[in-house]
Design a protein around this ligand. Structure first.
Ligand code: FAD
Length: 506
């Protein structure tokens, strides 16, 4: 028996991070027959949530599945649409358009990745179709098709994956209902003070404005950018990455839905940043991420409004942020999750994924009341490395630009980058190989899609692919391309697939 089990967890903040933390904790702990543990979430409607964060990575499906959430019910309640990847427009250079699809290219031949054969064929044949013709998700996205891959008995064309776009507010309430139904408790109130043990420095209670005290053994700081506990009380420190990711502002606005519900996020590079377009069932989410050192808020607002494909449904909302991460996101008996732990701009929709990562790791390393420093050290090592690999992947999008049409892009082309990313870029440029520095992060096909999409053509390919007869290689890939085209042609249209699903769940 554990001598000092955690008896009460206090989560501060009821945004996406707060409820994504509360749901699995309540599922596992709140009504445990032995050593039950209270899960209490404190939130202040007066402060509110950030209200953005609507595109995800495929891993969100595993998070939902672990909670036993039914996919039809989830899609219906969160007004979700499917995300097969991201269409990049004007990244690399103006006029450039490519797709970062979820899943693999191929099927390939032998153990060699498809792009190695593509490089060989491109050296041999003129007018090779783009590599993305061998990405099932990209081809589906181009034709607005969607059906989930058959994951139980996959065929050669079930090599794609998908995430969701959803309404952030609806997702948080969906998880709130889930957590409350499983024994979590919710307190409305404004946290104004934090009490700490005079010797250990552990947090013992939070104080609310109306005088209430909420005691706990473990505190999860989901208070957003302010990091009320982790920084306000425990002074964990913040590592600022603005030099490599200069965007520090965003404007967000919903607009009326377009006629066609597209199964992908669109990211369009602009003169001092980029705009996003996230289609949901009932509206389209839009935003402009930019650096206010290179443009004005007024100009950014005009750029955003000009990019909408329907009438704006609200006034654009202004947000500011400092890109980076908390130096330690677990300190003593406090763990920061979500924006309280750090933020990298939403270019690849990684924030919710990092929430999943932190919550998963907290469950894996769940402490007793002593909160052994070794657990915190391991959490900080793992989560810190995950943030850094996300940072590298995002910096790559900017660094490889050939745009020189604005001061912003000239800065990005010249800015210093982390050594880990420099190694990645040089390895690919010279050899076509991808260094997997974080096996929990973006996989090889994602790096290939971005590096080649941004215009990098490696000087060499894997010498082993020369061993195969080029006509055989060409025949194989032509056959695969036909097979993908036929499979996609048979798939339902994305909007129709969702309509059927929503009806099923009603
Ligand atoms: P918040 O939503 O800010 O919630 C903070 C909570 O703390 C609130 O409930 C608030 O009431 C509470 N609180 C704060 N202070 C107190 C107090 N004193 N007392 C009581 N309660 C308090 N992520 C993605 O994965 N995909 C995206 O597409 C994406 N797009 C984004 C676009 C932009 C412009 C930005 C800035 C972020 C985006 N993100 C995205 C990130 C995503 O929005 C966040 O990771 C996610 O919403 C989690 O936020 P949070 O819960 O940590 O913080």
């Amino acid at each position: 028996m554990i001598e000092k089990p955690i008896r009460r967890i206090v989560i501060v903040g009821g945004g996406t991070a707060g409820w994504m933390t509360a749901a699995p904790l309540a599922q596992r702990l709140a009504r445990r027959p032995t050593a039950p543990c209270e899960v209490i979430l404190v939130e202040s409607p007066e402060i509110g949530t950030i209200g953005v964060g609507e595109a995800t990575l495929p891993t969100i499906r595993y998070y939902n599945a672990a909670l036993g959430i039914d996919a039809d019910d989830f899609v219906r309640h969160t007004r979700a649409s499917y995300k097969l990847g991201i269409e990049f427009k004007d990244w690399g250079q103006v006029g450039n358009r490519f797709f970062h699809g979820f899943g693999d290219f191929g099927p390939s031949l032998g153990d060699y990745p498809a792009h190695m054969f593509w490089l060989r064929m491109a050296a041999e044949f003129n007018n090779m179709p783009a590599l993305e013709s061998w990405s099932v998700s990209s081809m589906m996205a181009r034709q607005n098709k969607f059906v989930p891959p058959n994951e139980r008995a996959p065929t050669a064309t079930d090599t794609y994956s998908y995430g969701y776009h959803f309404d952030a507010g609806l997702y948080a309430s969906y998880l709130r209902d889930y957590a409350l139904a499983r024994g979590a408790q919710r307190i409305e109130g404004m946290v104004v003070d934090v009490e700490r043990h005079p010797e250990s420095g552990f947090i013992t209670a939070i104080k609310l404005r109306d005088g209430r005290r909420v005691e706990g053994d473990l505190f999860v700081d989901c208070s957003g950018f302010r990091g009320l506990l982790i920084e306000g009380a425990l002074e964990a420190g913040y590592e600022d990455w603005s030099e490599q990711l200069p965007c520090n502002s965003a404007l967000a606005v919903p607009c009326a839905s377009a006629a066609v519900l597209t199964p992908y996020t669109r990211s369009s590079a602009k003169e001092a940043g980029w705009t996003w377009r996230i289609p949901l069932q009932h509206r389209t989410g839009n935003g402009h991420v930019y650096s206010n050192a290179f443009t004005s808020d007024e100009r950014a607002r005009a750029v955003l409004l000009d990019s909408l494909d329907g009438a704006a449904l609200d006034e654009p909302r202004q947000l500011r942020f400092v890109t980076g991460r908390r130096k330690r996101s677990w300190v003593k008996n406090c763990v920061a999750v979500g924006l309280a732990a750090g933020f990298v701009e939403p270019l690849e929709s990684t924030s919710i994924h990092l929430i999943e990562t932190a919550v998963g790791k907290l469950l894996e390393l769940f402490p007793d009341r002593d909160c052994a420093p070794a657990l915190a050290a391991e959490f900080n090592r793992f989560v810190g490395a995950r943030y850094e690999s996300v940072r590298d992947f995002i910096v790559l999008h900017y660094k490889l630009t050939r745009r020189d049409d604005s001061e912003f892009w000239r800065y990005c082309a010249a800015m210093p980058i982390p050594d880990s990313l420099r190694h990645q870029i040089e390895l690919f440029r010279e050899t076509g190989r991808v260094a997997i520095l974080d096996r929990h992060g973006f996989a090889e096909p994602s790096f290939v899609a971005m590096l080649m999409g941004l215009g990098m053509v490696p000087k060499r390919y894997d010498p082993f692919v020369d061993a195969l007869d080029i006509r055989q290689v060409h025949g194989h890939f032509a056959g695969v391309r036909d097979m993908i085209a036929q499979a996609v042609a048979r798939m339902p249209e994305h909007g129709a697939y969702i309509a059927a699903q929503v009806e099923r769940a009603a």
